[in-house]
Design a protein around this ligand. Structure first.
Ligand code: ADP
Length: 264
């Protein structure tokens, strides 16, 4: 615990007594520490691609580069610019979601439809990585959410399950009704996560293997976005995993109660 102590004399009683104000500043210091850690992380994340971009431009400037070398550096520029774009998009999304108490653009969303759309959008990534993605969802599971945000939540989990997989691996997405809750699971046969990482896994910029994450174009913000979105819609996210065997990310979301058809 950290305190600040402020002592001042009391008018007319200077010799006998004084007023002391003790304030608990633990939370303030913690917030300040988190803020400066975030700024340090963002600075680092921005500097890495920028260094590559300026290096490539410098090398491209010299006239004696052959066509193949020039092409190589143009590709580097492309990849690093895309990395910056993803980082900025994810930071914007996170700042919008993080402090939101509610989402004004919610509507009833059918989980099967939204999960299907997510998987279709990610099929080119799955094919490129030789990963099979399957969906098995109960019918008529409706949740109250914004379709775009729901796509973002499950898109991040499914994309991770594809990217942190092994060659010829698979991803199984299931959605089940359990009383008034939808249980959505995104399970992969990939590299897995050792239990000591579970506690910090959903923190901004936390990565199990930073170089692997950067290599595959990760921003380190995906799971943090997932956690905040699940909370925004009254749910939660958890993980079960074993290093080397695969992971299972489980999201619980409250179901919208479907009105019963009128009798007669
Ligand atoms: P990133 O953009 O780095 O993927 P995330 O926030 O989405 O950031 O994930 C944080 C870290 O958690 C990743 O860097 C990776 O180390 C680990 N991770 C996430 N999903 C999986 C998964 N399905 N299998 C193994 N590791 C994972």
């Amino acid at each position: 615990k950290q305190f600040t102590v402020y002592v001042s004399p009391i008018a007319g009683q200077e010799e006998k007594s004084a007023l002391a104000v003790i304030t608990d500043v633990t939370r303030m210091h913690k917030l300040e520490q988190m803020r400066s850690e975030f700024v340090a992380n963002v600075t680092h994340e921005l500097k890495t691609p920028l260094t590559s971009i300026s290096g490539s431009i410098e090398l491209l400037k010299s006239a004696d580069r052959d066509e193949e070398t020039r092409r190589y550096f143009y590709d580097v520029l492309d990849i690093e610019a895309e990395r910056l774009r993803r980082l900025i998009d994810d930071m914007l999304a996170l700042s919008q979601i993080e402090n939101a108490k509610e989402d004004p653009s919610v509507c009833p969303c059918d989980l099967e439809d939204e999960l299907k759309k997510c998987i279709d959008r990610l099929l080119p990534v799955a094919e490129k990585n030789k990963i099979e993605v399957t969906l098995d969802a109960d019918r008529s599971l409706f949740v109250s959410a914004s379709p775009t945000r729901l796509q973002q939540l499950f898109g991040n989990l499914i994309e991770n399950a594809i990217k942190y997989n092994k060659p010829d691996g698979s991803v199984t997405v299931t959605a089940r009704r359990q009383k008034q809750t939808a249980i959505i699971s995104v399970k992969d046969t990939g590299i897995g996560i050792a239990p000591e990482h579970f506690e910090r896994l959903f923190e901004r910029f936390y990565r199990v293997d930073a170089s692997r994450s950067r290599e595959i174009g990760g921003t380190g913000l995906g799971l943090s976005i997932v956690k905040h979105l699940a909370a925004l819609y009254g749910g939660e996210v958890g993980v079960e995993s074993e290093a080397g065997k695969g992971s299972n990310f489980i999201v619980r979301l409250p179901l919208l109660s479907v009105p019963k058809p009128e009798d007669g």
